[in-house]
Write a protein that binds this ligand. Structure first.
Ligand code: URP
Ligand code: ZN
Ligand code: ZN
Length: 456
């Protein structure tokens, strides 16, 4: 297979330049002006941006949650992601117990249906004599990051001693620990009080998970990381007070990486004030925050204090799964995997909060570099995988929901910028609102290199 993309405007971390790109088989062969090759497979990308396929390092496909499973599997989920320009994702393996390698085998089985490439992190919810060995096996097989929770008691929460132990193991294995920061035990107490007093509607999800309990968990994990002189990756950060603690710790020399999500940059807690039906959609953890956080998070992206915006894509049906009479029984999660790039473009680039280069950094370059994928992924360079998005900044998008859910949050939105085409390793996945045929199982597992700690 060879393909010549002509006259596009390539965007990377530092440059915006007009060039042709020649793709041979699955890789970028060459980049340059007026490339002359013998092929009839030519796309004219005049006035379009040529972008490195986006990378989403936080998804939950078919994950058990309370009494149900998230509704996107690797097939529907990868379609939703790809139609939003994402060509690589990292999903969280969720073990039932301490058997991480066994759980990884199940994830390898489920993930065969993905249409784009992917890798895994592994959740650790029990620490036993098996844990170190399993972490070692996984990290030597390219699963070089793990996730632990201080939230969700009796489900995913790890106590302090276990959290500390996992940090020690990961340090020894040169792997990265991803941390969900909320103080679950105290939240549980607030939930019990709320229900005792008859407050059971979805807004109480927001009220019982206050910002200060994200801050508490962040302060704690920073102290543990400091004690061990190790790195940590904070997932789905939602509030600015917590981020300020991280910034201080970074100034002290600690290697702390932070991710946030489009939901915390675009929406806020006023979404919980509409009606119970609508609010249920936004039951996620951490919850949406008060408005003032949003601007500060954008500022942090600009100042390089917030490096990765992934989605925490975790879909549920509104009618069959999310609507409950008790907020504490609603499975947590939103499904913005398809909308990440266009939201960040409209709310970030077009409002001049971030530059086009920064847009590409947080979508592709930084996640690729941190999670051991660069320059195979997240780069438009000779030799990189031909994971490419053709983006037309002058056309409007219409979004058809491709996630396996019963609602489309953005059917009434008019966004500027259209994803014209998406290629995964040179294969056309999506063009002009049409998903290609014969892409079933196109995605492959990518063994990641060790995490790159010396980055930002
Ligand atoms: O509400 C959320 N975030 N659901 C997914 C699980 C998690 O905590 O990341
Ligand atoms: Zn989480
Ligand atoms: Zn998550």
């Amino acid at each position: 297979m060879n393909l010549l993309i002509k006259n596009g405007i390539i965007i990377d971390s530092n440059n915006i330049y007009k060039s042709d790109i020649y793709i041979v088989n699955e890789k970028i062969d060459s980049i340059g002006k007026n490339i002359k090759v013998k092929t009839s497979n030519i796309i004219d990308a005049d006035n379009c941006y040529i972008l490195p396929g986006f990378i989403d390092v936080h998804t939950h496909f078919n994950i058990p949650f309370f009494d149900t499973f998230s509704s996107d599997d690797f097939f529907s989920g990868s379609i939703a992601l790809a139609t939003g320009g994402t060509t690589f994702f990292i999903d969280y393996i969720c073990p039932d117990d301490d058997k991480l390698v066994k759980a990884a085998d199940l994830w390898f089985e489920k993930s065969k249906y993905s249409i784009i490439d992917y890798s895994f992190h592994c959740i650790i919810k029990q620490v036993t004599k098996n844990t170190y060995n399993d972490m070692k096996i996984l990290s030597s097989n390219g699963i070089t990051s793990f996730k632990i929770f201080s939230a969700y008691p009796n489900f995913l929460l790890l106590e302090n001693e276990k959290i500390f132990q996992v940090l020690k193991y990961a340090k020894e294995l040169n792997s990265l620990v991803c941390f969900h920061a909320e103080t679950g035990e105290v939240i549980q107490n607030l939930i019990s009080d709320s229900k005792k007093n008859g407050f059971t509607s979805p807004i109480n999800h927001f009220i019982t998970r206050p910002e200060i309990l994200e801050l508490e968990a962040i302060e704690r994990i920073i102290k543990f990381a400091d004690l061990l002189k190790t790195s940590i990756y904070i997932v789905h950060l939602s509030s600015i007070n917590s981020l300020n603690k991280i910034i201080l710790a970074k100034k002290k020399g600690l290697n702390i990486f932070t991710e946030s999500c489009p939901q915390y940059l675009v929406f806020d807690s006023t979404e919980y004030c509409i009606d119970n039906f609508y609010s249920s959609k936004f039951v996620m953890s951490p919850p949406l925050r008060n408005k003032y956080n949003k601007n500060e998070l954008w500022k942090a992206i600009r100042n390089n204090n917030l490096n990765i915006i992934s989605t925490d894509h975790c879909s549920f049906f509104l009618n069959d799964q999310k609507i409950k009479s008790d907020f504490s029984k609603i499975p947590n999660g939103v499904a913005l995997g398809q909308y990440r790039a266009i939201l960040l473009y409209n709310y970030g680039v077009l409002t001049k909060k971030i530059t086009l280069n920064k847009w590409i950094d947080i979508l592709s370059v930084y996640p690729s570099k941190l999670f051991g994928l660069y320059p195979k992924k997240g780069a438009i360079l000779p030799g990189s995988d031909a994971d490419i998005v053709i983006f037309n900044p002058n056309k409007k998008s219409i979004f058809f929901n491709n996630s396996n859910t019963d609602f489309n949050d953005f059917s009434n939105f008019s966004f500027l910028g259209l994803i014209e085409a998406v290629f995964s390793r040179g294969k056309l996945i999506f063009k002009k609102n049409k998903i290609s045929k014969n892409i079933y199982k196109h995605g492959t597992f990518v063994k990641r290199k060790k995490v790159n700690f010396d980055l930002f």
